[in-house]
Ligand binder design. Sequence first.
Ligand SMILES: O=C[C@H](O)[C@H](O)COP(=O)(O)O
Ligand SMILES: C=C(OP(=O)(O)O)C(=O)O
Ligand SMILES: [Mn+2]
Length: 463
Amino acid sequence: MSVTTSTSDPIATSLPTGDDALAALTAAASELEAAQQPSWPDTAALADVIETLRSYPPLVFAGECDILTERLAAAAEGHAFVLQGGDCAETFANATADNIRDRIKTILQMAAVLTYGASKPVVKVGRMAGQYAKPRSSSIETREGVTLPAYRGDMVNDFAFHEAARTPDPQRLVQAYHASSATLNLVRAFTTGGFADLRYVHEWNRGFVRSTANAKYEQLARAIDKAMRFMAACGADFEAMRTVEFFSAHEALVLDYERPLTRIDSRTGKLYDTSSHFVWIGERTRQLDGAHIDFVSRISNPVGVKLGPKADIDEVLRMIDKVDPERTPGRLTFITRMGAGTIREALPGLLDKVRASGAKATWICDPMHGNTFESTTGYKTRSFDAIVDEVRGFFEVHQSLGTVPGGIHVELTGNDVTECLGGASQIIDTDLEKRYESLCDPRLNHQQSLELAFLVAEMLGQA
Ligand SMILES: O=C[C@H](O)[C@H](O)COP(=O)(O)O
Ligand SMILES: C=C(OP(=O)(O)O)C(=O)O
Ligand SMILES: [Mn+2]
């Protein structure tokens, strides 16, 4: 079945639908170069796994992806604010009930504070239920004279430093599917079964500001408390606020996972990557003529592209034509990750030119990936102050241009880890070893995540 779009818009393209679309997706797989892919040693085993994944049910429904597209369109117009958060790299071992609960709890707490600050709905998106693959700066790692393949996420290989562990194993793709399925199932249960009740979330936040270290956020917490009482006095239906809309997201990196989970939507004949509601393409894999950008241009999910400080404007404009030729509101999100010291110079030009081109994108700030450095104690870390400063710069730039700051994208956990420096509990270099658990990038811990939410709420209140 092939359907052409009839439009007079010169940039609109006609993508095939149905079986033709799936065939084109498969053909592109063999023609285009895909960066950062595992070197699977056993290609027959990989082929079996791909067939297995093809036979599995989708993890999300296309209609849910469309709802997220609408929410992201609202964020692009300034009618909503997006919060994307979760681990840099999920692991199979950490996909436990407690960890998932605490991450959801952290995101819900942040969202409540941001909703108050923005006076807008907050679109809640977890970097979870699929964030199992990592692009790496180097494809090898050397320790004490021994060189092995780099860890590329649990979907590909194991973190343990020996040859068998680091050898890519396609069975891990199947494990990633099951871990994602179980995670998403619990997330759906938490967010629709009563755990997300705004009254609980508010109580958790009151608990957070009770500690002396966080007393500086008390004023805002009191204002939220007053608003809750006001709502109660007006007879607000808190029962209706027991459930929240929550979406999943991850980097679409390993195409041997994403392609077999890409399915035809029975309603429209269009393709959706049913591994997640939202997928993004990372800074290292966004080559215009590469397989990743081709892949997202063929699916109808809302998609993101990370943009670093060196993003070339012409390339970005061509990317818009390729990924969002029909200029569908909410379809394309740019996640900027410039660095605190760079964002104020690097972002205005991009915003300005994209606006001048007539294209619309949702702009989200990732204040993590441009602010990574090695601590004196040898840990990959980030400082809380730089993270806050990058978000501040993001708001300043948007404000000066009259464009819309659409949301934030953060690496966080609900656990009390010590991976990022600073924050009210003043984590210093020598603290990092106490509880450094990330297998890739350092995450904000529970307290630091909430602090960030309070600070961003203040920025939103002033915007
Ligand atoms: O999460 C992002 C990247 O995968 C990560 O920053 C790469 O880290 P590396 O430079 O240690 O490979
Ligand atoms: C790989 C990541 O980021 P980036 O592509 O921005 O480096 C990430 O989000 O973990
Ligand atoms: Mn990361």
